[in-house]
Design a protein around this ligand. Structure first.
Ligand code: KG4
Ligand code: ZN
Length: 340
């Protein structure tokens, strides 16, 4: 079986072809970053228009690279939730049109399920597990019982970690996207310079909040009351301390959940999973408690369509039915929110 995956939830227009064993036949990602960078973040209307321009060329390129014809496709999977509605509509309309034209089944996939199952494109995922999606829009920790059964354990009540990286990068005049910029800038800083507040609650019961951490960084940079603004030479130390605090806190929480639920595997996905400090911290803390922690390779952490196709394959294996053509897109994910 060959599954076409389409991804257009945020600022990447992507198409990929994946077989039913999870082999990636081709994966094309057309990034819109350069168009949004001057605004310091993603502009939804610009993103929708660029998806219109980029998605079909991404599909053509994916077919060419895999040497596959449109008529060879057996299944079409598209991320139809969560994300920016304009982008979701572009991807979902393309998926429905292809399904109707080719008379093939189509499925809507939750983008977060795509991130959670991305490690499965490179390794056999084991269940039960703890899964973390840390991206520009989400900070969710799940208990995974099987590929399609996830329960939401924790989420952020305000920013996602990627969003905080982007905002702190903007404050430090590092440009957009902020995550890779902070990672690079931090290399010349001392991550032990500042003890910043943690974004995770003291107990596993509460929600995440990145406001205190962001405000602490803001006050240090701009000064507050009688305290003077930090000189620019200290900014790399501050960036490194911020990055370390996020990495340590998320790693601690993932490991605490793994211990509480008695599971032996942690999987992490989403753009922030590309962060080297987070990868190092999670591996180190997981090793101490005898838990296996797995991150996808960097391109599979970022938004891509291979993870959507792979999630689609697994959904279709479980329920081999096409979605009706009147299924709509949805800006918010409800994955794992069923009563536990
Ligand atoms: O998963 P993703 O590509 O898109 C969403 O679904 O949101 O994540 C994008 C986010 C951005 O906020 C970006 O700054 C962050 O991931 N990011 C990183 C790194 N690379 C990307 N954050 C920290 N360190 C990185 N190396
Ligand atoms: Zn994403």
């Amino acid at each position: 079986m060959i599954c076409l995956g389409l991804e257009s939830t945020c600022d990447e227009s992507a198409a990929a072809l994946v077989d039913d064993h999870g082999k990636i036949l081709s994966s094309v990602v057309k990034s819109q970053v350069s168009s949004h960078a001057r605004f310091g973040g993603v502009v939804p209307e610009v993103a929708s228009r660029l998806h219109l321009a980029y998605l079909v060329p991404a599909l053509r390129e994916a077919l060419l690279r895999a040497e596959v014809k449109l008529t060879d496709i057996d299944l079409i999977a598209v991320s139809h939730t969560p994300g920016l509605v304009g982008g979701l509509l572009v991807g979902t309309t393309l998926a429905k049109t292809l399904a109707w034209q080719l008379d093939k089944p189509w499925l809507g996939v939750d983008h977060l399920l795509g991130h959670m199952l991305a490690p499965g494109l490179e390794t056999d995922m084991k269940y039960p597990c703890i899964g973390g999606v840390f991206s520009g829009g989400h900070c969710n920790i799940y208990l995974g019982k099987s590929a399609l059964q996830w329960s939401l354990l924790a989420r952020s009540r305000d920013d996602a970690p990627g969003e905080s990286f982007d905002k702190i990068a903007s404050l430090l005049e590092l440009g957009y996207p902020g995550g890779p910029a902070i990672q690079k800038f931090s290399m010349s800083g001392d991550s032990k310079s500042y003890e910043l507040p943690s974004p995770v609650p003291a107990s596993l019961a509460g929600d995440f909040s990145f406001s205190g951490l962001k405000t602490a960084v803001l006050y240090l940079v701009k000064g507050q009351g009688s305290r003077k603004a930090l000189c620019r030479e200290k900014w790399p130390d501050l960036a490194a301390s911020f990055q370390r605090r996020v990495a340590q806190s998320l790693a601690k929480h993932l490991c605490e959940y793994a211990m509480t639920h008695g599971v032996g595997h942690i999987y992490v996905g989403g753009g922030v999973a590309a962060n080297s400090e987070l990868r190092h911290e999670v591996q180190e803390q997981a090793l101490k408690i005898g838990v296996n922690a797995v991150f996808p390779s960097i391109p599979l952490c970022m938004d891509n369509a291979a993870m959507i196709a792979w999630a689609g394959v697994q959904q279709y294996k479980e329920t081999p039915q096409s979605f009706p053509l009147n299924i709509d897109v949805c800006a918010r994910s409800t994955m794992g929110m069923e009563p536990r």
